[in-house]
Design a protein around this ligand. Structure first.
Ligand SMILES: O=P(O)(O)OP(=O)(O)OP(=O)(O)OC[C@H]1O[C@@H](n2cnc3c(O)ncnc32)[C@H](O)[C@@H]1O
Ligand SMILES: [Mg+2]
Length: 199
């Protein structure tokens, strides 16, 4: 029988990356999109850890099974770490990627190259029935470009410039992104610590 990994997310971009990173022989990834009867989980925390725990533990309790959640976001140094945990909702509750990008570009319009450093952060929570939730973290360093480049990925990828490759995250292949991304690194940590087949 195949091992099912349940990820408490509705974000299609994240789901695709989880599938690329974790699916393989005998392992399949399921998400909140496969549990349409479960309503949206409110992210009331003020840290990535709190929100990751809320998402993983809520679904874990409902299904009585191990659940993984990812809370992530973009920290921009010139904006004192904003949008951070509010990255999905930066330009409003409708969670519009294009409006979020426009807002970042506007906020940084007078910030010169060299002061546009930023990082993606991902905190992953693994919640298991009757056990303490465990956390894994990954970071992806880069800078905010002055305009959109590239069609791949999701969210802020078109304006997240990766200096080592001279491209934005939206110009990377999925393998190139997963090898160095915040999400990819958090999953590598998780896999070092925990055998997937124990989940
Ligand atoms: O809570 P779930 O259902 O997982 O989906 P979400 O989109 O609301 O996810 P978060 O609450 O973790 O918010 C993270 C936001 O940060 C951005 N983000 C996170 N990882 C990213 C990545 O790899 N590339 C581009 N943007 C990313 C993107 O805008 C996300 O909507
Ligand atoms: Mg969210």
């Amino acid at each position: 029988m195949a091992t099912e990994l349940i990820i408490a997310t509705t974000n299609k971009g994240k789901i695709n990356e989880f599938k690329q990173l974790l699916e393989g022989e005998g392992t399949i990834v399921k998400s909140l999109l496969d549990y349409q009867t479960i309503s949206d989980i409110p992210e009331t925390g003020v840290t990535f850890h709190e929100n990751a725990a809320i998402k993983a533990e809520t679904l874990c309790r409902l299904l009585n099974r191990t659940v993984i959640a990812d809370d992530s976001g973009l920290e921009i140094d010139a904006l004192n770490g904003e949008p951070g945990v509010y990255s999905a909702r930066y330009a409003g509750e409708q969670k519009d990627d294009q409006a979020n990008i426009d807002k970042v570009l506007h906020e940084l319009q007078d910030v010169p190259e060299g002061q546009r450093t930023a990082r993606f952060v991902c905190v992953m929570a693994v919640a298991q029935p009757d056990e303490e939730t465990i956390f894994f973290k990954g970071q992806f360093e880069g800078a905010i470009a002055t305009s959109r480049q590239g069609e791949n990925g999701f969210g802020y990828d078109p304006i997240f410039y990766v200096p080592a490759l001279g491209k934005t995250a939206a110009e990377l292949t999925s393998d190139e992104k997963n090898e160095r991304s915040h999400r990819g690194k958090a999953i590598q940590e998780l896999l070092k610590y925990k055998n997937l087949f124990d989940l």
